[in-house]
Design a protein around this ligand. Structure first.
Ligand code: PHE
Length: 341
């Protein structure tokens, strides 16, 4: 009996240590200590022993059962601890690893220049208004003193959406909307997209941007226009910049001027940017035509005003030495990233 027990003990211990996982361990536990297990079998076999040996044998079996139970439990606990340690090791985070960088976006160069421009005009007391890109003939042409047979109205120049609906060709439409809705004094700028059926090339795009300006008050003269534009040019291009007025024509201003600034690239000597002239044309302007004022219910005998329309794309390309206007619309990141600060 004693030898049998010792044999069982050794076998069980060996198998126990060799069990690869909890499942195998559990199976072993049943095989040894279950109802039909080998230890239980031994216990049953005790009936064949002489009565005086039975208590001693019973004691030995119980001792072995207890010992084995402890070993099984210990082995199981060790397996659980090992599995947990393994899981923790697999889930370990290395907090010293470098993070993934997300590059920050940046403003489009047109928006950068526009923001600058808005700051300059706001500091001179102008407010910023918005106007629709889809306009009627009234706001885009009629009220601006552009007669029916004016070439600007031609299908070649203007995108018509319907008989009396078009994409605005100029932000000047916002002048009319402002004067119709307000009483002077008026000081506003209106930035936005404009559309013309132009062929695309390095200096032309069917969609481009203007910033309209309008001042209406008592006693406004061309000197005010020049003062405001000079201030603007100095802030954008530097204080040494000169401003030049050339006589021009617009149906809604009289007199009308084309405004040039001395080329900031060559200081007026002539270069590639200014095409050798020393000057860069940046806007059209003039004194608001009396017909336009009265059409909006403003008495031209009492009030006068000036208006200007800045070409934002041209301002941006000359400002940042961009050689081709198409770059502003292509959204090529290699180009745009140069401006993202
Ligand atoms: N709207 C004119 C253009 O598109 C520019 C302009 C605006 C001229 C205001 C005079 C006054 O060319």
């Amino acid at each position: 009996m004693k030898e049998k027990l010792e044999q069982l003990r050794q076998q069980a211990m060996q198998a126990l240590e060799a069990a690869p996982d909890k499942k195998a361990l559990e199976e072993l536990r049943v095989k040894v200590m279950g109802k039909k297990g080998s230890l239980t079998e031994l216990l049953r076999g005790m009936g064949s022993l002489p009565p005086e040996e039975r208590p001693k044998a019973g004691q030995m079996v119980n001792q072995l059962r207890q010992e084995l139970t402890e070993r099984f439990d210990a082995r199981e606990a060790a397996m659980e601890a090992a599995a947990k340690a393994e899981r923790l090791a697999a889930e370990r985070l290395d907090v010293t690893m470098p993070g993934k960088r997300r590059p920050a976006g940046g403003l489009h160069p047109l928006n950068r220049v526009l923001d600058e421009l808005i700051d300059i005009f706001q500091s001179m007391g102008f407010d910023v208004v918005d106007g629709p890109e889809v306009e009627t003939e009234h706001y885009c042409f009629e009220a601006l003193n552009v007669p029916k047979d004016h070439p600007a109205r031609d299908m070649q120049d203007t995108f018509y959406l319907g008989p009396d609906l078009l994409l605005r060709t100029q932000t000047s439409a916002a002048q009319i909307r402002t004067m119709e809705g307000r009483t002077p004094p008026i000081r506003m700028i209106c930035p936005g997209r404009v559309y013309r059926a132009d062929e695309v090339d390095a200096t032309h795009s069917p969609v481009f941007h203007q910033v309209e300006g309008l001042v209406v008050d008592k006693g406004i003269t061309m000197c005010d226009l020049k003062g405001v534009l000079e201030q603007f040019a100095h802030e954008i291009y530097g204080p040494e910049t000169k401003v030049r007025f050339r006589p021009s024509f617009f149906p809604f201003t009289e007199p009308s001027v084309e405004v040039d600034v001395s080329c900031s690239e060559c200081g007026g000597k002539g270069c590639r940017i200014c095409k050798g002239t020393g000057w860069i044309e940046i806007l059209g302007a003039g004194m608001v035509h009396p017909n336009v004022l009265s059409g909006c219910g403003i008495d031209p005998e009492v009030y006068s005003g000036f208006a200007f329309g800045i070409g934002l794309d041209r301002l941006t390309t000359t400002r940042h030495r961009i050689s081709d206007i198409r770059l502003l619309f292509e959204n090529d990141r290699r180009f745009l990233e140069q401006f993202a600060r």
